[in-house]
Write a protein that binds this ligand. Structure first.
Ligand code: CP
Ligand code: NVA
Length: 304
């Protein structure tokens, strides 16, 4: 039984494998044209403080395909933009809609919204985690390989995407090595949780400095932008990450059949070269597609 909310990958610790399988089953069903509208009459409200292409569109399309509706709420057009305390719209929206997806700058705001809502709240990305992304990522890996025992190397910023991936891989039994520059390591509390989960699953969770060491024998290389939404100090960041580009030289050090992943949006020529992201080992558009199937699995688990 899922928790009320999905704010962190940890909220679905016990259901994670089931959600991954459900996403892949829904993908097959989608292609077969079956559509039984299980969320008919249900509404998802989406509050996005930051830009989005994949998360917003995949949630909207997921609700449509499941027979429900979605409402996109730009904080600028609502009283939130004028400083309304998050707990008041939380209590109000709980009386209108069935679920809220929230993309926020501050993880505390997501917690606050969830605490004050009587309906499920989904973290659609904040400064600490991107749990919807990690669900689609593990589904994308599971679609191609048996996940348990694989090695994933994450190269770059120890950000929201990295944090959720550490948890998701460690729950699933995928060895994860994150190579991050000094001062840009993943969240320490999350690393500790991930290590506990990894030891239960019989896998490893390592945080290193050297990208070459991280990608050694890796079956998947994953990277994300060097400058996330809300990050400052662009010049300092570009300098800190200059040795962390995923390029053909780095990919050559991994397992020969290594898959390349990126949550998108990507900056070709910064964290990844065009040659690698558009090359034959890249599965980034399957990964992007699977956001849709993973959102459906999640919505069904929370709303049914
Ligand atoms: N990967 C991801 O969350 O993309 P968007 O910012 O486009 O939603
Ligand atoms: N780390 C990135 C992910 C975007 C999907 C950001 O937070 O901007």
């Amino acid at each position: 039984m899922m928790q009320k909310d999905y704010l962190s990958v940890l909220d679905a610790r016990d259901e994670f494998a089931e959600l991954v399988q459900s996403a892949l089953d829904l993908k097959k069903r989608d292609r077969s044209g079956e559509n039984d509208e299980p969320l008919k009459g249900r509404t998802l409200a989406m509050i996005f403080e930051k830009s989005s292409t994949r998360t917003r569109v995949s949630f909207e399309v997921a609700m449509n395909q499941l027979g429900g509706r979605s409402l996109f709420l730009n904080p600028q057009d609502t009283q939130l933009g004028r400083g309304e305390t998050i707990s008041d719209p939380a209590r109000t929206l709980s009386r209108y809609v069935d679920c809220i997806a929230y993309r926020a700058f501050d993880h505390e705001m997501v917690l606050d919204l969830a605490r004050n809502s009587s309906i499920p709240v989904i973290n659609a990305l904040d400064d600490l985690e991107h749990p919807c992304q990690a669900l689609a990522d593990v589904a994308t890996i599971a679609e191609r390989r048996t996940p348990r025992g694989l090695k994933l190397a994450y190269v770059g910023d120890g950000n929201n995407v990295c944090n959720s991936l550490l948890l998701a891989c460690s729950i699933t039994g995928i060895d994860i090595s994150a190579a991050c520059p000094e001062g840009h390591e993943p969240d320490q509390g999350i690393v500790e949780d991930a290590r506990r989960l990894a030891s239960r699953a019989g896998s490893r969770c390592d945080v290193l400095r050297d990208p070459r060491e991280a990608v050694h024998e890796a079956n998947v290389i994953y990277t994300d932008v060097w400058i996330s939404m809300g990050d400052r100090d662009v010049e300092k960041r570009l300098e800190a990450f200059s040795e962390y580009q995923v390029n053909s030289g780095l990919v050559a050090l991994a397992s020969p059949d290594c898959l390349i992943m990126h949550c998108l949006p990507a900056h070709r020529g910064q964290e990844i070269t065009g040659e690698v992201i558009d090359g034959p080992q890249s599965i980034v558009f399957d990964q992007a597609e699977n956001r849709l199937h993973a959102q459906k699995a999640l919505l069904l688990a929370l709303l049914r």
